[in-house]
Design a protein around this ligand. Structure first.
Ligand SMILES: NC(=O)c1ccc[n+]([C@@H]2O[C@H](COP(=O)([O-])OP(=O)(O)OC[C@H]3O[C@@H](n4cnc5c(N)ncnc54)[C@H](O)[C@@H]3O)[C@@H](O)[C@H]2O)c1
Length: 332
């Protein structure tokens, strides 16, 4: 496996692939110190300063975890070498060149997936299968709120891609794109998008820390997505409202209500008995196993390039909506 980019998320992937016990790893990382650190901490086969130094034909899979503005050229190199890949989210920072990548991957029938990690979570898989089984009747409306003090979780945020819109930072491309993936996976293709966004509190960045987004899907389902990245409490709630009941994901808790009773009809905490950071890291090992199973011909429910392309159009349309003060309609 070739891990491309050994920053915050690259480290998670290196640990994740190592934890599977199925992979031998090499790393591409331009930063000399980080490259040396990784080589010291992990049993790497090789390390390279740039992708050009690696013999791509000698690898089974690339994991692209450099910032989003580099994804397109890195994917293009993998495709040219017929190297399957998993690329981190978001797919890119503009639509330029994206269709070309999708077409080439399709023409070569190359395995390619995108790192929207939440698809790996058992609670989200359960929620999706409950909705498909009509547990809440017909899904009509979705409310999502993912808000927390981002600098507490990412103290270096001012010096990473997060601070720069052209590198894929900010509440919409960086954070909301995870929620968009849940929406696209569950509600299908988005049709109309409206949004407001701003940088209300965080200093030292050129990106928005807050967004209020409304989406209407082709299916008629509507969704409201709100994010702020400065509030003290860590809120992570997604509520799916159907004609006969509601399903709410509250962090790792899945809550089912089918009346106005004070106590929910069902509650299950998927993190019960687990250590949060270990469980988070375990998801990267699960994702790695899914990718390697897919390489061996198994099915794979991780986000496709087509899902990620829709996701990117949704994110860019949200920004366009506020920039132009209008509702954006997507064409298919
Ligand atoms: N799935 C998730 O939960 C999740 C979480 C955080 C970040 N991400 C995504 O992962 C990507 C990287 O984020 P991060 O937090 O690790 O950023 P980071 O800044 O911590 O690390 C990025 C690393 O990539 C290296 N790099 C830059 N250009 C490169 C190139 N051309 N080739 C190889 N390496 C290169 C940098 O030197 C740096 O070490 C982004 O797309 C981000 O959106 C995903």
């Amino acid at each position: 496996m070739l891990i491309i980019g050994a920053g915050g998320i690259g480290l998670r992937h290196i640990k994740g692939y190592t934890q599977t016990g199925r992979a031998r790893l090499s790393v591409v990382e331009p930063d000399d110190k980080k490259r040396a650190d990784m080589a010291q901490k992990f049993a790497l086969v090789d390390k390279y300063q740039g992708i050009g130094q690696a013999d791509l034909n000698s690898f089974d899979l690339a994991v692209i975890c450099a910032p989003a503005h580099t994804h397109l050229p890195l994917m293009t190199k993998c495709i040219a070498a017929d190297l399957p890949f998993m690329v981190e989210k978001p797919l890119s920072v503009s639509m330029e060149g994206v269709q070309d990548v999708l077409e080439k991957v399709k023409a070569k029938n190359l395995l390619a997936r995108v790192g929207f990690t939440r698809r790996v979570a058992d609670e989200l898989q359960q929620l999706r299968s409950d909705i498909q089984a009509k547990k809440i009747g017909d899904l009509k409306l979705i409310y999502m709120n993912s808000s927390q003090e981002f600098p507490k979780y990412r103290p270096d945020f001012q010096s990473t891609y997060y601070a720069r819109p052209e590198m894929g930072g900010g509440a919409i491309l960086d954070a909301a794109s995870h929620l968009f993936d849940m929406l696209i996976w569950i509600a299908g293709r988005p049709k109309n998008i409206s949004c407001m966004y701003d940088r209300l509190v965080l200093q030292g960045t050129q990106t928005e820390d807050t967004c209020l987004i409304n989406v209407c899907f082709e299916s008629g389902v509507m969704a409201n997505v709100v994010i702020n990245q400065f509030q003290k409490p860590n809120t992570n709630q997604q509520e799916f409202i159907g004609t006969t009941g509601n399903l709410m994901l509250d962090h790792s808790k899945l809550i089912y209500r089918n009346s106005d009773a004070a106590t929910p009809a069902q509650t299950r905490d998927f993190m019960d008995g687990l250590v949060p950071m270990e469980a988070h890291q375990a998801r990267f090992a699960m994702q790695a196993n899914y990718m390697m199973d897919a390489l061996e011909g198994g099915p794979c429910h991780l986000a496709t390039l087509e899902d990620a392309e829709l996701n990117l159009r949704l994110a860019l349309s949200a920004k366009q909506s506020w920039d132009e003060r209008r509702i954006i309609e997507l064409d298919y």
